[in-house]
Design a protein around this ligand. Structure first.
Ligand SMILES: *Cc1c(COP(=O)(O)O)cnc(C)c1O
Length: 482
């Protein structure tokens, strides 16, 4: 290796260790403006090259103030994992190894490690061992893959080969989903030619759980090929659909049940939470993320399909330059849309190996306990209302209990602004049941009880500052969101 390249790698290594070491001290959100960020790295297209280590230095310096604190302990705004150092270490090697992980012959090491990691995942999630798994970029693409398999199978059963003939002239498919399904499901349906509006929306309860009675009513008027999409872990409340009832209904109608379990599916790996997911094992496919509760570095999701034939029928193809390795060798590209792609098996293998079944269960249980701790701290403050029972790691909060809804929205927005400006923790705004809420999610390996307590103090201080002027709501000024 030339000395210059070695210097760049060493500089990146040192910068990475420094960043990791400071993760708890850093502000949890970007501080630079759009203009400042652009100014830091923009310029005419470079004509001449630059020394490799200097490039790395400039990149790190230029982006520093624009980095969010997702890898730190007090980032609660989104359901995102914390890029665990063991996964990152394996990911560094993945990059330097430069494996094209599409086919077995492209990287025997990756193909075998994915196969092993897939079996471990099924075991951890207590899903049927015959399922096949595709290693995708995230849960959006995992649902896309699963729903492609679903589309293939429900049409095959009525004598239509959608993979060969497409949807032109095909019998119509009924697609049912809960009214509080994640936005990315609609995107996946769109990519598949199923349309994001051509769906039957099933009413949900207060926490976003699909109502089985309403599904039953809807299915009574569905006669043809059927796909039903359930949810494990609603993005605001963490709620789980009643899978026992739903699975029975769907299968009585000869349909395919897919589950979006981007983060919630991981409750399966935790004995204390397993009851929430009861019946989910009866589904036909499941999408989940590696980069959420498993703490994988971006990007990583898993498309899990019970019927491996349907999975391959929807995804696999042949090409003369892709000779099959044959035998028991698994071809990674038979289960995902991409051919050339990142080898996600290595980091998955490393994280599961490092945490173990007990470590994963303990982490998930701890996150739920920390979410309850935060909810209790906030609920004990007058004027603060937690919007859902905290069964998992997620909840929504509104400020200004008893005031008219528009005023509560305004106050909640102002509290979020104050918390962001204080910079102790990072929380964001969401919309739930037509109200502005602060959504709170505990899902990083790095978060401790002390982080929750410090953050609770910051949020309560923000509410006291904002709520002090509550008698005249018009005087309340939102905090800066710098
Ligand atoms: C995050 C999330 C998704 C999308 O996952 P990506 O990994 O961002 O593609 C889908 N559904 C739910 C419930 C989620 O929380």
């Amino acid at each position: 290796m030339s000395d210059a390249y070695r210097a760049a790698l060493e500089r990146a290594y040192t910068l990475a260790l420094d960043f990791h070491g400071l993760r708890a001290q850093r502000r949890p959100a970007a501080t630079a403006s759009f203009d400042a960020l652009r100014a830091a790295l923009n310029g005419p297209t470079p004509t001449d090259g630059m020394a490799p280590a200097e490039v790395i230095e400039q990149l790190a310096e230029g982006v520093e103030a624009g980095l969010m604190g997702g890898a730190g302990p007090r980032y609660f705004a989104k359901v995102t994992g914390g890029s665990h150092p063991v996964g990152v270490a394996a990911d560094w090697l993945t990059s330097i190894w430069g494996q094209n992980s599409g086919s077995y012959l492209g990287s025997p090491a990756n193909a075998v490690v994915e196969q092993i990691a897939a079996a471990w995942l099924l075991d951890l999630l207590s899903l049927p061992p015959e399922c096949s798994i595709g290693f995708t970029t995230g849960a959006t693409m995992a649902s896309f893959v699963c729903l492609a398999a679903a589309r293939s199978e429900v049409l095959r059963k009525v004598g239509w080969d959608v993979d060969a003939q497409g949807l032109f002239g095909a019998p119509p498919i009924d697609v049912c989903l809960g009214n509080d399904a994640h936005a990315t499901i609609f995107a996946a349906l769109r990519y598949l030619g199923l349309g994001h509006d051509r769906v039957i929306r099933i009413p949900t309860d207060d926490t976003g759980r699909m109502q089985a009675g309403a599904l039953s009513t809807a299915l009574a008027s569905c006669g043809g090929p059927l796909i039903v999409i359930g949810q494990a872990g609603q993005i605001n409340t963490g709620a789980f659909d009643p899978f026992n009832e739903i699975a029975d209904l769907v299968h009585c109608h000869g349909g395919w049940l897919h589950v979006d379990g981007a983060f919630g599916l991981w409750a399966r790996s935790c004995p204390a939470l397993l009851h929430l997911t009861e019946g989910i094992e009866q589904a036909d496919s499941w999408a989940t993320d590696g980069h959420k509760w498993l703490q994988m570095p971006y990007d990583c999701g898993y498309a899990i399909v019970r019927d491996a034939h349907a999975h391959r029928r929807a995804m696999a193809y042949e090409a003369s330059y892709l000779p099959a390795a044959g035998g028991e060798c698994r071809e990674p590209f038979h289960y995902v849309p991409e051919l050339s792609r990142r080898a996600r098996g290595f980091a998955t293998w490393a994280l599961i190996r490092a945490l173990g079944r007990s470590g994963i269960a303990a982490m998930i249980e701890q996150h739920c306990a920390l979410a309850r701790r935060m909810a209790q701290r906030l609920a004990s403050e007058a004027g603060v209302e937690i919007g859902n029972p905290v069964e998992l790691n997620q909840f929504v909060v509104q400020f200004g209990t008893g005031l008219p809804p528009p005023q509560r929205d305004q106050l909640t927005r102002a509290v979020i602004g104050h918390v962001q400006a204080a910079g102790v923790c990072y929380v964001g705004e969401a919309s739930w049941r037509e109200r502005v809420v602060m959504r709170f999610s505990v899902i990083s390996w790095a978060t401790t009880e002390a982080d929750i307590d410090r953050s609770a103090e910051s949020i309560i201080a923000a509410w006291r500052a904002v709520g002090a002027g509550v008698t005249a709501a018009s005087e309340i000024t939102p905090g800066s969101t710098a």
